[in-house]
Design a protein around this ligand. Structure first.
Ligand code: UD1
Ligand code: CA
Length: 431
């Protein structure tokens, strides 16, 4: 499908998430190293969203800031009072009035929505529907709006509270996400009233209104995981687990060997090269890149770190933000590195044949090529270890440590050797 159409995505994020019993706004809770809001905004961007409006509650500055961090030009609209999903959408009226081709309405607390699902919804708009509803077959439909169909046509969405017993038996539910053809969106939305059991302005009423106006309403069906909403900490954990499955699957399909996938935790932005091996029990926080042929051994924890080609990390290594391991660096057990560069061939030697010891490498330290750090040892912040050093003692902050044999130069020595035809008895230089 050639998507040349413009698309406004309205993300509803005015919910407080009281059931999570947290001071943090609901959409700022994170799974796989990113806020719920960031997941939704990423999906919108990947589906070709050209304009983004985020509807936040009063005083939700942190939510607005997170939205702008992800989408620089996101427009923020404040819904001062929560009077229903249609009321929330109309908070972004000024954006809808610019008549984009497509208007997508997405909840900020459904982070697993996939870009391809959004693209399918946009496809239905392109084919002439004025309203598109994302439906799914619920294992347990309790609490969801039900999709009332007749002869394959969507007649209405009935909220649970307002549904008849026969309607409540319907398993096909409203996932919450809806889309509108831009030119007719406002006319439909502004006709929505609040004559229902809750006295709220229901976005779902758009279906009957559009039909009464002679427009077409369509349903796109998806799997339940796509529309998982988060209201509680338990749902946050379950949804996080589903996302981990997706990320592990994608990593393995990309050629990464996960020896025990269910014990490896990834972030949405974890990047792997080819032929990478990850042993059991490894945690990848946000911002980690692992290049080709690297091996991450068990019980390692990495965050905003870079692992170069062929490098070996762990077991029991901690790479903190700014740790950069260049090609072929080996960091062994009980190592902690932050904001420091380890050059090619550097090794942390933390096992003395009997016990294991700790190596700590501080901020802005630089470990030159082919150095060996023999633990227990601490390299202070900003220290510089010259290449080829074997470090056995702590290096203070900002100091230079050179621990290698001094170079010996003997003029003409090699020429004399060739003239004589052999080295001395012990094979060592004589004069
Ligand atoms: C909504 C749908 C229901 C669907 C379900 C799927 C309506 C009327 N009902 O019900 O058919 O099955 O989602 O999960 O749309 N919000 C605001 N401001 C408001 C009201 C809501 O920003 O004034 C936001 C909430 O923070 C939330 C989202 O909109 O992210 C959905 O609102 P919620 O009250 O949870 O709707 P449901 O009752 O779950
Ligand atoms: Ca809900």
């Amino acid at each position: 499908m050639a998507i040349q159409r413009t698309c406004l995505a309205i993300v509803l994020a005015a919910g407080e998430g009281t059931r999570m019993r947290s001071a943090r706004p609901k959409v700022l809770h994170a799974i796989a190293g990113r806020s719920l809001l960031a997941h939704v905004l990423d999906a919108v961007r990947e589906a070709g969203g050209t304009m983004t409006a985020v509807v936040v509650g009063l005083g939700a500055d942190a939510v607005a800031a997170e939205a702008r961090r992800i989408v620089l030009d996101a427009e923020i609209f404040v819904q001062a009072e929560r009077r229903g999903t249609a009321h929330a959408v109309l908070a972004a009226k000024a954006a809808i009035a610019r008549a984009p081709d497509d208007v997508l309405v997405i909840f900020g607390d459904t982070p697993l929505i996939r870009p391809q699902t959004l693209t399918r919804i946009r496809g239905a708009l392109a084919e002439g529907a004025a309203v598109v509803v994302l439906g799914f077959r619920a294992k347990d439909p309790t609490g969801y709006g039900r999709l009332v169909l007749e002869g394959g046509e969507l007649l209405a969405i009935r909220e649970e509270l307002d549904a008849s017993p026969a309607e409540r038996a319907i398993k096909l539910c409203n996932g919450g996400l809806m889309a509108f053809a831009g030119p007719t969106a406002l006319a439909i939305l502004e006709r929505i009233g609040n004559d229902n059991r809750k006295g709220e302005y229901y976005l779902t009423d758009a279906v009957t209104i559009a039909r009464a106006m002679g427009h077409k309403a369509a349903v796109i069906e998806t799997e339940e995981d796509d529309v998982r909403g988060i209201n509680t900490n338990a749902q946050l954990a379950e949804t996080g687990a589903v996302l981990q499955q997706r990320l592990r699957q994608a990593a393995m399909e990309g050629g990464v060997t996960l020896m025990a996938p269910e014990t490896v935790f990834l972030s949405s932005d974890t990047k792997f090269g080819r032929e990478v091996i990850v042993e059991p029990f490894v945690v990848f926080g946000p911002g980690v890149t692992v290049e080709d042929n690297a091996v991450i051994r068990s019980f390692s924890h990495l965050e905003r770190a870079h692992v170069g080609k062929g490098a070996m990390v762990g077991p029991y290594a901690r790479l903190r933000p700014g740790a950069r391991l260049q090609e072929d660096v080996h960091v062994g057990n009980f190592v902690e590195i932050k904001e420091a560069v380890m050059e090619a061939g550097a090794i942390t030697c933390n096992y003395d044949g009997v016990a294991k010891h700790r190596t700590e490498i501080g901020k802005n330290a630089f470990i030159g090529s082919n150095s060996a750090l023999v633990a227990p040892v601490k390299i202070g912040d900003g220290a510089y270890v010259g290449s080829g050093s074997v470090i056995t003692h702590d290096v203070p902050a900002a100091a230079l440590a050179l621990a290698r044999a001094r170079q010996v130069v003997k003029d003409g020595w090699a020429r004399r050797l060739r003239q004589r035809g052999s080295l001395g008895k012990r094979g060592t230089p004589t004069k």
